[in-house]
Design a protein around this ligand. Structure first.
Ligand code: GDP
Ligand code: IMO
Ligand code: MG
Length: 398
C-alpha cells in the first residue's frame, strides 16, 4: 500500500498528467486535490491524445477509481462536457469509477465574469494572465465562507443556474473524505494528483503571480482529507528545462533562438488556453525550493528528449541579485524580479533519446545532465521521461 503525491515543481505543465497516467495502472484510486479547469493535463496513448482539465489522469484505466477531491473548484458544465468527451471516446465514466466530493466548491457564472473583469482592470505590469476560468473568485468565495459546494446538488431546491446539471451530477457526489479514509484502511494504493506547480502556489510561489490554491504537498492533505501521517511518498515532476505561461518573473527565460527552439521542440503551447509558453533553462534554485516545501522523496524528469539536438545546455545554479550571489530562492518578489541567472554549462548529447528504455541506453552526456540535476536538487531521480507516450519512460529500478 502506498499513498503518493504527484506534484509540479515549476510553473505547471511539467507533465503531471503523463506521469499520473503512467502510475495509475498500479494505483487503485487517483485523486485531484486542488485547482480546477485552469489545469490542462495531456495523456497520450498511442495515437490518442486526451486533454483533461478536471477529471484525474487515472480515468483511462477502467479499474482505477478517480476522485475529484474537496479542494478542487468545479465548473459543472465543463465537468459534464469532459465526462461526455471521454465517454464518446469509449472511456468508462460511471459512478463506479468517478466520484466527486460533496465539499468541492462550484464555479458560478459570476466567478468567471469577475475573473475576466479583474484581469481587465489590472494595469499593465500587474496583470496575472489568469486562465479566465473563475478559479480565483471561487476560492475567494470559499475562504470568505460565501461559496456554494457540490452538496448543493443533493438538495431539493437549488439555484436556477445549477438546476440543469443536477440530475446528471448527483449520482457521482459522495463524502470523499470518508471514502478515501476507508480505502486507506483497506490498504489501497492512492495517488494524489496535483495541478499547477510549486511556483504557482499561493503561499510558496511568485505571489501575486500565482494561482489561488496550494498545489504543494500540504494542499494534497487539505484537498483530499487524508492526514499528513498517511502520505508515503511525494514525487516532484520537473521538466528538463523551464516553462511558464501567464505573467510574472522567470529568471531563466530565454528570448533568443534557444527559447524558440525549446518552444517548438517541446510543443510548448498551453493545453487549456493555447497560449505560447515562455521557455528557459533549468533553474535548480526553483526545484530546490520545491524539494523543500513539498518534502520531495523522488524526482521525475520529463521532456529530456526535447534537449536531444542542442549542442550545449545551461543550468542555473545561483542568482546574481544586485551584485550579490544567492543560492536560494528569495521569497521577496522584488528581489526575485531582479535575479539574474548564474549558469553552469554542460555539453549536449545530440543523440535521440526517445527510444531509450533504460538508464544504460542513455547517452553519457544525458546521464551527466541528469546526475547534475540530482546533485543540485538533492533528491533522487526515480523516473525519466523521453517522450509523451506511456512507453517512453525509464524507471530507476528497471
Ligand atoms: P501537466 O499540466 O503537468 O499535466 O502537463 P501538460 O500536459 O500541460 O504539458 C506537458 C506536455 O508535454 C504534454 O503535451 C505531454 O504530452 C508532453 N510530454 C510529457 N512528457 C513528455 C516527454 O517526456 N517528452 C515530450 N516530448 N513530451 C512530453
Ligand atoms: P497545469 O495543471 C500552467 C497560471 C495561469 C496564470 C496563473 C493564475 O496544467 O500545470 P488562474 O486561472 O489559475 O487564476 O491563473 O496560473 N496557470 C497555469 N499555468 N499550468 C497550469 O495548470 C496552470 N493553471 C494556472 O497561466 O499565470
Ligand atoms: Mg498543463
Amino acid at each position: 500500500m502506498t499513498v503518493r503525491i504527484v506534484v509540479g515543481t515549476q510553473w505547471g505543465d511539467e507533465g503531471k498528467g503523463k506521469i499520473t497516467d503512467l502510475l495509475a495502472a498500479q494505483t487503485d484510486i487517483v485523486v485531484r486535490y486542488q485547482g480546477g479547469n485552469n489545469a490542462g493535463h495531456t495523456v497520450i496513448v498511442g495515437q490518442e491524445v486526451f486533454k483533461l482539465h478536471l477529471i484525474p489522469s487515472g480515468i483511462l484505466f477502467p479499474d482505477t477509481v478517480c476522485v475529484i477531491g474537496n479542494g478542487v473548484v468545479i465548473d459543472p458544465q465543463v465537468l459534464l462536457e469532459e465526462m461526455d468527451m471521454l465517454r464518446g471516446r469509449g472511456i468508462k465514466v460511471t459512478p463506479d469509477n468517478l466520484k466527486i466530493s460533496s465539499a468541492a466548491h462550484i464555479i458560478l457564472a459570476q466567478h468567471k465574469a469577475r475573473d475576466l473583469q479583474q484581469e481587465a482592470d489590472r494595469a499593465d505590469g500587474q496583470k496575472i494572465g489568469t486562465t479566465g476560468r473563475g478559479i480565483g473568485p471561487t476560492y475567494v468565495a470559499k475562504i470568505d465562507r460565501s461559496g456554494v459546494r457540490m452538496e448543493m446538488f443533493l438538495r431539493r431546491d437549488i439555484p436556477a443556474e445549477l438546476a440543469a446539471f443536477q440530475a446528471k451530477l448527483t449520482p457521482y457526489i459522495i463524502d470523499s473524505v470518508q471514502y478515501l479514509n476507508e480505502a486507506l484502511a483497506q490498504h489501497k494504493n492512492i495517488l494524489l494528483e496535483g495541478a499547477q506547480g510549486t511556483m504557482l502556489d499561493v503561499d510558496h510561489g511568485t505571489y501575486p503571480f500565482v494561482t489561488s490554491s496550494n498545489p504543494t504537498a500540504g494542499g494534497a492533505c487539505t484537498g483530499s482529507g487524508l492526514g499528513p501521517t498517511k502520505i508515503d511518498e511525494v514525487w516532484g515532476v520537473v521538466k528538463a528545462y523551464s516553462t511558464r505561461v501567464g505573467e510574472g518573473p522567470f529568471p531563466t527565460e530565454l528570448f533568443d533562438k534557444d527559447g524558440e527552439y525549446l518552444r517548438a521542440a517541446g510543443a510548448e503551447f498551453g493545453t487549456t488556453t493555447g497560449r505560447a509558453r515562455r521557455c528557459g533553462w533549468f533553474d535548480a534554485l526553483v526545484v530546490k525550493h520545491a524539494a523543500r516545501v513539498n518534502g520531495l522523496t523522488d524526482l521525475v524528469i520529463t521532456k529530456l528528449d526535447v534537449l536531444d539536438k542542442l549542442p550545449a545546455l545551461k543550468i542555473c545554479t545561483a542568482y546574481d541579485i544586485d551584485g550579490r550571489t544567492v543560492g536560494d530562492l528569495p521569497t521577496d518578489l522584488e528581489l526575485f524580479t531582479r535575479a539574474k541567472p548564474v549558469y553552469t554549462e554542460l555539453s549536449g548529447w545530440q543523440k535521440d533519446t526517445t527510444q531509450c528504455r533504460s538508464f544504460s541506453e542513455l547517452p553519457s552526456e544525458a546521464l551527466k545532465y541528469i546526475a547534475k540535476l540530482q546533485e543540485l536538487v538533492g533528491v533522487k531521480i526515480t523516473l525519466v521521461s523521453t517522450g509523451p507516450d506511456r512507453a517512453q519512460a525509464i524507471r530507476r529500478d528497471i
